[in-house]
Design a protein around this ligand. Structure first.
Ligand code: LLP
Length: 463
């Protein structure tokens, strides 16, 4: 799933893996700033610290497994997106990557808007004080209850995903005596170079309305004809963990050509376009992500150029980064439990979490890095597979990596770049208790999502 990942295919568990970890890194103690949060470094005694606190202290106080999020880094990245897009554009953080009330407050303070895709995300956003008009509501099958909650709370926009939804939202808005601002999500027919499960702009999938064969133009016609709706723009999201800007450029071009067609047919210039999220981050040293200012520049230029050519006023652009804001800002801290060397193959290192706190490796063949963080070591590198404690062999956290060969039970290891789609996709498989998220900043650590307890599990079990 990182750029270097091979597409899903046969796995050769019985031979040494090829790929970018076929050679160990020069220095196993080094922490590549590309994959670690900004304030992460090693102290003189070799212990890794984040936000000014040693991981050994964090493990003592909060236990393992746990996610630690570097608040300063999160705010910095949020601000970088905000600044890069300036006042003529909007940045909607995609809450699905990771959402909690603290995150909502940070986003609000840093001037970002929020994209939510469920009633639960909407409730979290509102309860933490995000102004409703800065929220966009997404989803391919929003329930009537969700649509009602969104409209009643006054969300800034609902992104319509289907023909049925155009009618449904219009009807609910009208019955509430409101006119809802909406965008229409289109599929632009771009093949994004990422894992099939997270590519979303080709036509053979569940999201959006196809631009091809006039479907999107028909959706615009219907939306414009309904009193409950104020159609303000067109939305496109082409996928996730993408490095190549070409897909975004084609999407921008096709969305602008729809705007031109709408102007020609209806005499209406829709004022907004949203180009979605999807920008890739570095999970390993081989990944080279784009900076927000490069993305803003590339998108701004292409939209402006296309609009000039079509003699359209340049619409207000918005984007929806999730992973690129939160992904690199957190790591998961684990304690090493059992270690099983397999001669000539690899060493299995079992940690106290697994697929319940990071499903991405099992689900997408995602690549991650790992480091020994409670000390340094000069021992020879050994090829490891970091696995969890769940009852299946696909329970892999890091498929291929190197750790020092003197690794021992009780050592702390950390997997960086787990801020996005890890806690938010965590499960209770095997009745695992989902780990806490702890924010660390300027020498202070505070729990923003607490660890689940057995009482939490039993509270739901009312049979
Ligand atoms: N906007 C829309 C409409 C989306 O569907 C998504 C992600 C985003 C924005 C944010 O995309 P990002 O910037 O985070 O790539 N669970 C998968 C990723 C699924 C993404 C779903 N939609 C993973 O772990 O890789």
């Amino acid at each position: 799933m990182s750029r270097s990942a091979h597409p899903a295919g046969p796995r050769h568990a019985d031979v040494l893996p090829e790929g970018h970890y076929s050679a160990p890194p020069a220095d196993l103690n080094a922490l590549d700033p590309k994959v670690w949060a900004h304030t992460v470094s090693r102290t003189d005694d070799g212990v890794v610290r984040v936000g000014g606190i040693e991981v050994t202290r964090l493990a003592e106080e909060f236990g393992t497994p746990a996610y630690f999020i570097d608040e300063a880094d999160f705010r910095e990245r949020a601000r970088a997106w905000r600044t890069a897009f300036g006042h003529d554009a909007d940045v909607f953080y995609a809450g699905k990557a990771f959402l909690s009330r603290a995150i909502v407050r940070w986003l609000h303070e840093e001037g970002l808007n929020l994209d939510v895709c469920s009633g639960g995300e909407l409730a979290t956003a509102l309860s933490a004080g995000m102004p409703a008009d800065r929220i966009a509501f997404h989803g391919n099958n929003k329930s009537a209850v969700e649509i009602t909650a969104a409209i009643e709370s006054g969300v800034g926009r609902i992104v319509l995903d289907s023909f049925q939804e155009i009618v449904r939202v219009a009807h609910i808005a009208q019955s509430l005596g409101k006119r809802q601002r909406v965008q229409i999500r289109v599929t632009v027919g771009v093949e994004a170079h990422t894992h099939e499960f997270i590519a979303t702009a080709h036509e053979d999938q569940k999201f959006g309305i196809a631009l091809a064969d006039g479907q999107a133009a028909e959706a615009v016609r219907r939306a414009l004809s309904l009193d409950g709706l104020e159609l303000v723009g067109i939305h496109s999201h082409i996928g996730s963990q993408i490095f190549d800007m070409a897909g975004f450029e084609v999407a921008a071009r096709r969305v602008v050509s729809l705007l031109a067609a709408v102007r020609d047919e209806h005499g209406v210039e829709l004022p907004e376009i949203d180009l979605g999220g999807g920008l890739g981050i570095a999970y390993t040293s081989d990944d080279d992500p784009r900076e927000p200012h490069e993305i803003a520049k590339a998108l701004g230029e292409i939209v402006t150029r296309e609009c000039e050519a079509a003699k359209l006023r340049t619409p207000r652009i918005s984007v929806e980064p999730g992973r690129a804001v939160v992904g690199p800002t957190a790591f998961t801290l684990y304690e090493v439990g059992t270690i099983k060397p397999l001669d000539g193959l690899r060493t299995y290192v079992s940690v106290d979490g697994g697929m319940s706190d990071n499903i991405r490796t099992a689900l997408y063949d995602a690549e991650y890095s790992v480091a020994l963080v409670s000390r340094t070591s000069d021992a020879e590198p050994m090829l490891v597979r970091v696995v969890g404690k769940h009852c299946e062999s696909g329970d892999i956290v890091v498929k291929d990596a190197f750790l020092p060969s003197d690794l021992a039970p009780g050592d702390l290891i950390a997997v960086p770049a787990t801020g996005a789609y890890c806690r938010s996709m965590a499960s209770n498989y095997n009745h695992a208790l989902r780990p806490p998220v702890v924010a660390v900043r300027d020498g202070e650590a505070r729990v923003i999502v607490r660890r689940e307890t057995e009482e939490d599990l039993l509270r739901l079990d009312v049979g």
